[in-house]
Design a protein around this ligand. Structure first.
Ligand SMILES: [Fe+2]
Length: 176
């Protein structure tokens, strides 16, 4: 039986990092499945992209952490799941797609701040570089989310999509 070494700073850091990215991945998966409305298809694809990127990161965190700490205890689901649920509870995970994306952006910003704090305090070179890379990757996701949220649902892009849809509909109905 693997034991989680709660006395080791590195094991605790990898435990928390894994739980945060697992929670984030569940949130993106939820958005991928639940979104609807005039933004359905681009939102569906955006959430899928974010979900896939975070899933790759999760695997990298677990394997890096096992390598560095020689402790497999931090990955255990029985320890991880309660923490994942607790983290998710801090962000909206019910509501319309815009609310969920806004929650994901808040999550990413908090995660970025957390990674940055660990980056400043952890002195182990291999782990430090790894944290820096994760924080850097997160900026790309923040950029995508910010772009999505800056569009107003009543803005010109949404109006253009609606007017094309209306024109197609009227052409179809005039054909009888
Ligand atoms: Fe899918």
């Amino acid at each position: 039986m693997e034991m989680f070494d709660a006395e080791s700073d590195l094991s605790v850091t990898f435990f928390e990092m894994l739980a945060r990215f697992r929670a984030l991945s569940l949130l993106y998966q939820e958005i991928h499945w639940s979104n609807q409305g005039h933004h359905f298809y681009p939102d569906h694809l955006l959430a899928e992209r974010l979900y896939n990127e975070v899933s790759d990161v999760i695997d990298a965190i677990a394997e890096k952490g096992i390598g560095v700490t020689q402790d497999r205890g931090f990955v255990l689901l029985s320890l991880q799941l309660p923490r994942v649920a607790e983290i998710l509870d801090a962000y909206p995970h019910v509501g319309d797609t815009r609310t969920l994306f806004a929650g994901a952006l808040a999550f990413e910003n908090d995660l970025g701040a957390w990674l940055d704090e660990k980056f400043q305090t952890i002195k182990s070179a291999g782990v430090n570089d790894f944290l820096g890379q994760l924080a850097d990757d997160g900026l790309q996701r923040v950029y995508l989310l910010t772009g999505r949220l800056s569009e107003s649902p009543d803005g010109p892009e949404a109006q253009a999509v609606l007017s094309v849809a209306r024109s197609i509909k009227s052409q179809l109905s005039s054909r009888g």
